[in-house]
Design a protein around this ligand. Sequence first.
Ligand code: PEP
Ligand code: MG
Length: 862
Amino acid sequence: MKRVYGFNEGGKELIDILGGKGGNLAEMKRIGLPIPEGIIVSTTACKEFFRDGKKITSELEKEILEKLEYLQEVTGKKFEGNNPLLVSVRSGAPISMPGMMDTILNLGLNDVTAEKMSKIFNDEIFVHELYTRFIQMFSEIVMGIEKELFFSLKEKLFAERKGEPKIDTYKLVIKKSKELYKEKTGLNFPESAKEQLFMAVNAIFNSWENERAILYRKINGIDDSMGTAVVIQEMVFGNRNDKSGTGVAFSRNPSNGENELFGEYLLKAQGEDIVAGIRTPEPIARLHEQLPEIYDEFARLAKVLENHNKDMQDIEFTIEDGKLYLLQTRNGKRSPYAAVKIAVDMVHEGILSKEEAIMKVDPNVLPQLLHGNFDPEAVKKATLLGKGLPGSAGVAIGRVMFASERVETRALAILVREETSPEDIKGISQAQGIVTVKGGATSHGAVVARGMGKCCVTGCGEIQINDIKREMYINGHTVKEGDFISISGYTGEIFLGKVKLTEPKFDDNLKEFVSWCKEIKRLGVRMNADTPADAFLGKGFGAEGIGLCRTEHMFFQKEKIWTIRSMIMSTNPIEREEALKKMLDLQREDFYNIFKVVDGQIVIIRLLDPPLHEFLPKEEKDKEKMASILNLPLIEIERRIRNLKDENPMLGHRGCRLAVTYPEIYNTQARGVIEAALQCKREGINVKPEIMIPLIIGVGELKFIKQNITAEINKVFEEQGMSIEYKIGTMMETPRACLLADDIAKEAEFFSFGTNDLTQTTMGLSRDDSVKFIDDYHTHGIFKLEPFASIDVRGVGKLVKLGATLGREANPNLEIGICGEHGGDPKSIDFFEKTGLDYVSCSPFRVLVAIVAAAQSHIRNK
Ligand code: PEP
Ligand code: MG
């Protein structure tokens, strides 16, 4: 097993073993860039270290010493030699974790080497300054002694000895610092450079498991078992003289993507001076005035690196006595806006192919371009009230309102509710954003908010609402109705007051980028749209038709809801017929308007699937209004509500089960679809209606319902003396339907996997209630991903695959898609691509994400 490498061995292809920093340094050496020489203790050694009880083994010591020979030879310097070798010792994991682990500079100093170096540099103050820094850093990182103790010791001694020669005070600081080390550890400060090095490597390995590194990995989904490498590199001194300095710069502007150097530097300083914020660095452009040749050389090297790595670079550099060295390079982190601009520019500049450019942009960040985001600096200063789940991307600022009707009367409102119901739709549509105390990523509030492109935070159990006092309590804060809050649908965070925003941007770069993705992808991308306005929006973002039109959502607008309520609450055919007549008129018009918008594209209309509890009137005044509409006493309304209430509404009288009991409901809807389609046909609008049956558990329901609606449709054709092509298909939302997909495919012309319900029914986890305990599953590592947001590939995915395979075997023409919330999630899209589905369907605001993710997964899996 090889544990230690020289910079002359390998390059960036070995990043898993050499770490990002080490791999890129070796790569820079390979292409002849000016880097200080060094060696790398690999992640292999780190894994071994943790496996063998956190000890540096004698084999590892031996290998380090062997490679040290190489380093001494190429640098012409030696540990504790006449020309002493000093090194930096830095962590460098395969995936960059900026600032999470430790660094030690100037290692190799002791009283003897300090004297020798003072002579070589002809500057004993400079060398002793390095020495004090080394003792402080080493003590802090290897032994955990607070650095402030060393700073105050140094400050105190210099203050007391103002008139004394500086070098004497430095020597005293060094002596006292070592005494402090002994007092805290009971050990002598190590004088041997090799011992210092072994102790440092040990400490850097251990820093892989410090609290902040663990947390960072958790947040960013980085594998804990990966380990870190340790880079041991010859020191160059940015603090040596006025022609020395250190800095960090990006090869392009990471904020707006402009092709210009962006960064900062300090003359006469070591890297830690910038990080510690003791002195204010200068913008990089000023280096052009101070050291023009160095600036030009740096700009040239930044381009070399960018072209070589085919990406924007984040580079650390040091200048020692007028000579430039590169210390590190990595692909730079950037804003979503810059990500798209840089990818597009690099194609135009011939650096990237279109396919390579597509892979450079994280699709999940794209909604930020449409919604804007909070200014990161403002977020740092804002008061965080609490955190829920990120329900729908975007950010919103507004006044807290606890009731929908009050939202309607206030500009800039954020609706905060225990949970939302259809009564809140108008409130939701007028609010800037929505917060719910209960409900998860597929809860009603989140689905609706995403559909409208509204920012939404769900499941914030930290909030307690007091409706009477019209205030809420959250982590010790009281927020009154009318107070401003700012919410982030990206992170689930809720802040007090107004947090400053960045600008939303949907420009030519994004358009061009998306057009390439559309050329390359295989999967179709449709939208989940219930209104002409949604359909218009989604079409603008590039949706190719409607994959799911939830007809119950068409009744969400304030007055329409009474029609569906009347229908649900009617107890005899006469009442129901009355309500259905009204329903037919409303639906025909809605379908007609939607067909017009998507002219020529497929529209899949899903027949009624209301979990009844979402539609029943809850508030007293609504019950009274229902009584007056149906001309019944209030007590009768209350009795019917009680009768209709399912104990378990998600598995209750919903979906096609309603149509088995009351076939006239779906018949009426089918009539509405076809009458609207015929109207369009007469007007020359191209329509492709497809009717979809929800929640079936086998072919029996589908056959029964298909027979009924086909008969009704034929009646319409006869009445109107004309016909139109249409399809009838089904949602696949239960395990049994997937298991028996071959039977079903003989009756269905298409399948659409409803993965919200399929996840619920396969896992036996309620989409609404799981929010109460799902966090615990994450905490204990039982779930790695949230199954309602990212498809459970092993379980639910297996059913999707089985359903698709059985379905296609029985009916080769079967068109297969997915329309659950997973249709807008890149990880899930990757699975759907591999499974060979025909399309995904998602909310209009996720269409861009899905187009880019579909292109990426096609490239990845080709
Ligand atoms: C589903 O279950 O995945 C689906 C799309 O239907 P709904 O969310 O309306 O239940
Ligand atoms: Mg469903």
